[in-house]
Ligand binder design. Structure first.
Ligand SMILES: [Zn+2]
Length: 216
């Protein structure tokens, strides 16, 4: 994998952080916020980077597999990113709304702004960024693999789970390292991320891929 995932993670972290901070300040000042507006802001904050990451990883894999016209891969990026961004935003809204409600119940008007600090912790933005960049890379690569498989009659491309292989690799991902798709647990059949903050990736067996004939 040779795409710049740090750049994409930084973009999402910054954009989500801005939404969280604005939300926290509005709540602290006025005591209430528009949750549909929060959800829409999260979609806006993450969707463009999901599109870019998906496209980058689709093209990157196509290049590594020596596909003809690699720049034409990644056509499903916008649709995938829109669905994904809406799903993530909905989950963030539900979670945030619940936690704000709980904070309100246990606080007085004087302590409310302190209580919600934790709800809008910057680490939430970083976690979403890491997980969603991983998801975009996986989705982008899978689309390229499917496209190439469809074009090269009878050939298949098999993904293998790759952890970062350092001491931080979590107990969920460690046993998955090196396994091919058929051996992944049912709940993880889409591939990485396996959990929040998962930075695992896929490796693709390229040796079975025959180059397309010239002019194809
Ligand atoms: Zn992982």
């Amino acid at each position: 994998m040779s795409i710049d995932r740090d750049k994409h993670e930084t973009e999402i972290t910054a954009a989500v952080l801005l939404v969280l901070i604005a939300m926290r300040d509005t709540l602290a000042s006025f005591g209430s916020v528009s949750w549909p507006a929060f959800e829409a802001s999260i979609v806006k904050a993450i969707e463009p980077t999901l599109v870019a990451t998906f496209e980058d990883s689709s093209i990157d894999l196509a290049q590594r597999l020596k596909a003809v016209k690699p720049e034409q891969f990644g056509g499903g990026a916008k649709q995938w990113a829109n669905t994904r961004a809406r799903e993530i935003a909905r989950r963030m809204r539900e979670n945030t709304e619940q936690r704000v409600k709980a904070a309100r119940e246990r606080s007085t008007p004087d302590t409310f702004s302190n209580e919600i600090e934790g709800v809008f912790n910057p680490s939430r933005a970083k976690t979403v960024a890491a997980s969603e960049v991983t998801a975009s890379i996986t989705a982008g690569e899978r689309e390229t693999a499917d496209d190439i498989t469809n074009k090269t009659d009878g050939k298949t491309l098999t993904p293998r789970w790759q952890t970062e292989q350092d001491s931080k690799v979590c107990p969920i991902c460690r046993p998955l390292h090196g396994l091919t798709e058929d051996d992944w647990p049912e709940a993880l059949r889409d591939g990485p991320p396996a959990h929040p903050n998962c930075r695992c990736e896929l490796s693709w067996k390229t040796s079975i891929l025959k180059p397309e004939p010239a002019g194809a």
